[in-house]
Design a protein. Structure first.
Lengths: 239, 239
DNA sequence: CTAATAGTGTCTATAAGACAATATACT
DNA sequence: AGTATATTGTCTTATAGACACTATTAG
């Protein structure tokens, strides 16, 4: 029974670049005793953080800050993965978090060397690279959680900058959900949600009609967004 | 840095007795070094289980079996709670699970002494007893998860026996959700879900019309149940 | 003018809830 | 018959999506 079982904390950091969903991955050193040189989710033993932080979420935020140089506008606990098989060396436990932030807030140089930290394209099947440990499972779980939350909240807003156009927002939803949303339904949902405010600026691109820029009201990103996800009591029928 | 941080596993075990939601709690021994004699969620250090099990979920299932004598028909990871404040002795981490099972499968005698294991009434605010550690937070988180899952799945079925009447099922939904469901809407949802099968038996109570007994189809409890929780693509409008 | 995208108006099928009606037991 | 609950029928209204339309820029 001489085993030591320290949990670790891993963070799945998502962002969107030109409409495409990306994850931040780090490369393990060549001298690691497990999965040397392979790509993995950023994270580390809770032991490293335990003197500096009071909660698990703070530990995740600290890890995120070290890898991106940014505060996390959105950070949520995902799931805890534990078992005998995930690390060949011993029974391990890792608490996974997932984070959303705008691309322009990520400064990869904050990490070690630039070649060791990279943004990868993600689909619902994961990334192209082979990942260390069970990080593929964790990543897929995070993508699924992101998708399901998009269906009823406005958290896509955390992936965009302060202001954005409706076509941009719609395209984030569409590319992550993998299906197109009817124009009128989308705009009605936005309008009914009362979560966005028109700015008086426009985004102008040659050859196109200028597009109105919007921003989120405070706190509105966590709020119900799409109307179909309603439950008994707030329905549409009746009189 | 001589700290040892072994995670523990706690299980929130729900059942329904006469339409009322209950949780299973255990009393800590009077000689405990923290929270002696207080009520708490069943659980224990992962260390205890790590030689016997290969995954976290197996550890939770084992804990549940020891306290109830039953296999868990439904067991799901809830959330992981960790921090410096939750146990006065040290920084701790616990992975919480939540389980649903029919009342008649619980055999409290399986635990130590009957006075040490009990079913308590639960509301969305928790239980009457003061709980050890942050178990009140864990319990409330579990109730919220249960409620939100009831809104779009049929997991209430795990709380009832093999067969049940529609009024019984409806009453489970209503007592946990805390609101009444329109009769016609409920029956339509059940009918559309295609999750239930009529048996040819009836439940008979003197003075009332006999009630048809139903049972769930295999796997149907985890399936979409109430139609309002639909998303783009499966809507009601259009032509 | 055309091309391209942004943004709006309107019509329709569908489904949720209200409410009334009917069914089937027991006393 | 009367009571109590189970179960079904029908009508009304809100709304998601289809689709056609208008608006605003550049060339």
């Amino acid at each position: 029974m001489g085993v030591e079982l320290w949990p670790s904390v891993d963070v799945v950091i998502f962002t969107v670049v030109d409409g495409a969903l990306k994850v931040l991955l780090t490369r393990r050193s060549e001298s690691s005793s497990a999965f040397p040189g392979q790509w993995s989710l950023p994270g580390g033993a809770l032991k490293k953080y335990v003197d500096e932080v009071d909660t698990l979420e703070e530990a995740a935020a600290l890890e995120l800050k070290r890898k991106t140089g940014a505060e996390a506008p959105y950070l949520e606990q995902l799931e805890t993965f534990g078992g005998r098989a995930r690390d060949p060396r011993s029974w391990t436990v890792t608490v996974a978090y997932f984070a959303l932030l705008p691309h322009d807030q990520i400064h990869l140089e904050a990490g070690k060397g630039t070649e060791d930290v990279m943004l990868w394209d993600v689909t619902s099947k994961g990334v192209k690279a082979k990942l260390a440990f069970d990080h593929k499972d964790i990543l897929i779980s995070a993508v699924n959680r992101l998708r399901s939350k998009l269906e009823y909240t406005a958290i896509a807003g955390y992936l965009l900058g302060k202001t954005f156009t409706l076509p941009q927002l719609k395209s984030v939803y569409e590319s992550i959900l993998g299906e197109s949303i009817p124009e009128m339904s989308f705009r009605r949902a936005v309008s009914n949600s009362d979560a966005l405010v028109k700015t008086n600026k426009k985004e102008c691109v040659p050859g196109r009609r200028p597009t109105t820029l919007y921003r989120f009201k405070k706190g509105a990103k966590d709020v119900l967004f799409f109307p179909k996800s309603m439950v008994y009591g707030k329905g549409k029928g009746g009189r």
